[in-house]
Structures are given as structure tokens and as C-alpha cells.
Design a protein around this ligand. Structure first.
Ligand code: AHR
Length: 501
């Protein structure tokens, strides 16, 4: 029988809350309709932000939000999105459906959204088609307190005080949609652009994020870091706080992708096998970063991750709208456990995307809203935010799956905060219940204070606008605890969270 051994005396680092971050792009119905409906909408809103959506996001304690893209970021000119809305320049969203972008959601609106959610701000700048001056002025506009052309413009536009920009991305996917650069070219451009991201408030520095690799492009990570760390002058310290990684799960590959809701057991294991591949990606990219930054000052920011399926039938292919099932909950559970266990290097991550796009936590249809299974997974995992990772391992786990698409049957991570230990375990089997004995190193008595499970009768189950609560977190009673150990009976295809003290 499988055994989970927890060494509560061995703390392995802080799980940064930002690992539970989100991404929102001007893509499909993510920003418009999903988050922002405008002040004059019949849908209840505060300053244009949907009240139902904001409340649901607060429940999962969203720590940080990345915006405005994605590929959109390297075509976005921030000055088009400020000032009188009726006069804002319209543009074509060439990447995503060729629709007209009216720029009614811009910098002020994003900052207002983050204020309402109560999260940190992660702005992604335009290196692909923007200038150093444009990027530099955006930072000045947002963060400078005194008298200056950009600070004065912000004040004219109604915001006297500067905002906090917690993270600033220097370009997005510059190996592809962000300019088709080589790692060396990007590395040199990064050096130049980041120089002009000025720190106007030393107490609240803007942390800089370099564009990292696509999937397993280790050559990119190595090339960017080698270029950036070559001949580093003294004043360069603090010139890079994060480097990113983007990875999406397409069960049938990039071209075909695969259905979000109609899958057999083989597609189940393909999907989970590909989700579990995150373990190798994070390990190998981290090993490269270690060569340049052995003190682990630079965080790995997995700022785009999640499932990417074929769009929902009948929807605009450029809008990337997909449903979300029990399988997505497992992808989230697998991935978040991996991030927790690599918290020495993974310091931030943003699921793609927040609402109505790819593996969303929320779907909307007019005034209606549903929380997806992924929302429930984030709700269960929220206790890990800011906690100390505890050393833990499972012995006796089995490798399961079909054909070459195998995965361990059980994955886990364990953390402690305020004297409470949170254990999150996934049963990846699509057919079998699993038993797991949880043991602690310390000879103490532990009592279960909370236990919940996320699963459903049918592994294809999803939440719809008509029936919104089919897949949800529910109280879990499938355990026996005698104070020294806990024996869990974990149903097939489920995410379990158990808290002890
Ligand atoms: O999230 C959708 C797209 O995926 C983003 O715009 C881009 O960065 C990535 O390729």
C-alpha cells in the first residue's frame, strides 16, 4: 500500500503566494464580458468590473494578475488605452480573431480591477513592436509620484497617486509572436530595455521578468542567461528578478489539440502525462538557471500554463473558449503540487487564462457565471499560499496509464502555516480508488481539522450555466485517523485536501 511520509521538522522553503497567480489577455471574452462590462452595463458592476466575477476571484485569493498579454502585449501601445474612452484609438486584435479592440480597458481599468480583487499587478511590456522610450514612459506613468511629463499625464487622467507595479515583463514569447528573436538578440535587448525601467520608489521596486522559454527550449534559457550574465557591470545587480516559462497541455499535439469534454481513457492519460511533464521542465530549466544564479535569487515564473483544447464547438476559433471538466481539476492539482515542491525556484506562475479563455477558473455567458472545476482546485490549494513547504514523499506509488502515457497514480505536496499542515493529494487513476497511509516523523498526536474532495460521478462531468454545481469541492469523509496516522481512501480521478494540527 502507498505511504505518504511527512517530515514536519524539515521545512523546504516558502511557497510564494504568487505561484497561484492568473493571466488575463485581451483575447476573446476574457477582459471584455468576462471581467469588464463597463459602467453602463445591466450586469452588476463596480466601475465596470463584474461584481460576481470579482467576488469569485477574491474567494480563491488571487495573489497576482498578469496583463495585457500574451501575444497581444507586443502589439499593445499603452497610450492608446488612457484618457477619455470615447476618444481612445481603436485597433485590430490581429492575434485573436481580428476583432476591433476599442481600448476601453487600459492601464487605469487594470489597476482598478487589481484593487478590487486585492491582488498584485504584473504588467507585460511591449518589446516586440514598442520602443525603449514607450516602455520607460509607461513605468514612469504608473509609478512616479512627483512632477514629470508622464506623472502629470496620469494626474490629468484622474489618478493623482502612482500605483504599485509589482512585476514588469520585458516582452512576451519573444522567440515567437513577440518578434521571432534569437536568445542572444533577446538577451541583448533585455539588457537595454530593462535599464530604463526606473525604480521611482525604492520601497516598492518593480520586479523585472525576462522572457523565458517555450516548453523544453533549454537552448533559449541558456542563451538568454549567458547573454545577460556576460560582462555584468556592478550597477546591473537586480537587473533580472524572474525568467519565465510557458507550457500548455495539448493531449493530441499542437495541431489537433483534442476535445475538452469528449475523451476516452487514453486521452485522459495523455493529458495527465503531459501535465506531469511540468516536473521535468521545471527541473531542467531550474538546473540551467542554477549555473548562472546558484543563490537562487532569480525566480522561475511559469506565467502561462494550463490545458489548451480545441475550442468549444460553434465558438470563434480565435477566442480560445473551452469547457473545463474533472480532468482539468486533475491537471491543476498535478501542476500546483509540482510548483509547491519546486518552491525554491518557482516563485510565480499564472494559469492561462482567468475567464473564458483556455483553462479558466470562471466562465461567463451574459449575466451568468460558473466556477469551473479548476476554480475549486485553486480554492482547495489556497491554504498553501505563503506556507512553508514540508519535506514529503510517497513510497509504493504505482506507475499507471495506457501505452506510453503513464503517470504516478498519486501525487502530493504538503505545507505548514500557522501550525496547521495542509496535504493535497491527487489520484490520477481514471478507474481505481487508491489507499494512502499518511505518517508523520514526529511522535505527536494529530487531528484532522478539515478535509475536502473534488471529483464527480463521471470523469467527464463539468459545470454548465444550466447546472453550475456538478463538480465542486465537498466535505471528505473517506479517511480513518487514529492520531498517529491517517488512512485515506481516495476515489478515482480526484483531488483531496486534508488539514491537520
Ligand atoms: O494564452 C494564449 C497565448 O498563448 C498567449 O497569447 C501567448 O503568450 C501564448 O502563446
Amino acid at each position: 500500500m502507498a505511504k505518504l511520509v511527512i517530515n514536519e521538522n524539515k521545512k523546504c522553503g516558502r511557497i510564494e503566494p504568487e505561484i497561484y497567480g492568473h493571466f488575463s489577455e485581451h483575447l476573446g471574452r476574457c477582459i471584455y464580458e468576462g471581467l469588464y462590462v463597463g459602467e453602463n452595463s445591466d450586469i452588476p458592476n463596480v466601475n465596470g468590473m463584474r461584481t460576481d466575477v470579482v467576488n469569485a476571484l477574491k474567494e480563491i485569493k488571487v495573489p497576482v494578475l498578469r496583463w495585457p498579454g500574451g501575444c497581444f502585449a507586443d502589439e499593445y501601445h499603452w497610450k492608446d488605452g488612457i484618457g477619455d474612452k470615447s476618444k481612445r484609438k481603436k485597433m485590430i486584435n490581429t492575434h485573436w480573431g481580428g476583432v476591433t479592440e476599442d481600448n476601453s480597458f487600459g492601464t487605469h481599468e487594470f489597476m482598478e480591477l487589481c484593487r478590487q480583487i486585492g491582488c498584485k499587478t504584473y504588467i507585460n511590456g511591449n518589446m516586440g513592436s514598442g520602443t525603449v522610450q514607450e516602455m520607460s514612459e509607461w513605468v514612469e506613468y504608473m509609478t512616479f509620484k512627483g512632477v514629470s511629463p508622464m506623472a502629470d499625464l496620469r494626474k490629468e487622467n484622474g489618478h493623482e497617486e502612482p500605483w504599485n507595479v509589482d512585476y514588469f515583463g520585458v516582452g512576451n514569447e519573444n522567440w515567437g509572436c513577440g518578434g521571432n528573436m534569437t536568445p542572444e538578440f533577446y538577451g541583448n535587448e533585455y539588457r537595454r530595455y530593462q535599464t530604463y525601467i526606473r525604480q521611482y520608489d525604492e520601497k516598492r521596486p518593480v520586479k523585472k521578468v525576462a522572457c523565458g522559454a517555450n516548453v523544453d527550449d533549454y537552448h533559449w534559457t541558456e542563451g538568454v542567461l549567458r547573454t545577460c550574465f556576460d560582462h555584468v557591470p556592478e550597477q546591473f545587480h537586480g537587473f533580472m528578478d524572474y525568467i519565465s516559462l510557458h507550457y500548455y497541455v495539448h493531449p493530441e499535439g499542437w495541431e489537433i489539440k483534442g476535445s475538452a469534454t469528449d475523451y476516452d481513457d487514453l486521452a485522459w492519460y495523455k493529458t495527465l502525462n503531459k501535465a506531469y511533464h511540468m516536473e521535468e521542465l521545471v527541473s531542467r530549466h531550474s538546473a540551467i538557471i542554477d549555473q548562472f544564479d546558484p543563490e537562487k535569487k532569480i525566480g522561475l515564473s511559469v506565467d502561462e500554463w494550463g490545458t489548451w483544447f480545441t475550442v468549444e464547438p460553434g465558438t470563434n476559433p480565435g477566442f480560445l473558449y473551452q469547457q473545463s471538466t474533472v480532468r482539468d481539476a486533475l491537471v491543476a492539482g498535478i501542476t500546483l503540487n509540482i510548483f509547491n515542491k519546486h518552491c525554491d525556484r518557482v516563485k510565480m506562475a499564472c494559469i492561462a487564462q482567468m475567464v473564458n479563455v483556455l483553462q479558466s477558473v470562471i466562465l461567463t455567458d451574459g449575466a451568468r457565471m460558473v466556477k469551473t472545476p479548476t476554480w475549486h482546485a485553486f480554492h482547495m490549494f489556497r491554504h498553501h499560499q505563503g506556507a512553508d513547504l514540508l519535506q514529503s514523499s510517497i513510497t509504493g506509488a504505482q506507475e499507471i496509464g495506457m501505452e506510453e502515457w503513464t503517470v504516478p497514480d498519486l501525487t502530493e505536496s504538503v505545507s505548514e502555516k500557522d501550525g496547521i499542515i495542509t496535504i493535497t493529494v491527487n489520484n490520477l487513476s481514471v478507474t481505481d480508488e487508491k489507499e494512502l497511509t499518511v505518517q508523520f516523523a514526529e511522535n505527536k498526536t494529530y487531528e484532522v481539522v478539515e478535509a475536502s474532495i473534488l471529483t464527480s460521478g463521471d470523469v467527464h462531468d463539468k459545470n454548465t450555466f444550466e447546472v453550475p454545481d456538478t463538480v465542486k469541492e465537498e466535505a471528505f469523509a473517506g479517511y480513518r485517523a487514529d492520531g498517529k496516522q491517517i488512512v485515506l481512501s481516495i476515489p478515482k480521478a480526484s483531488v483531496v485536501m486534508i488539514r491537520v494540527k
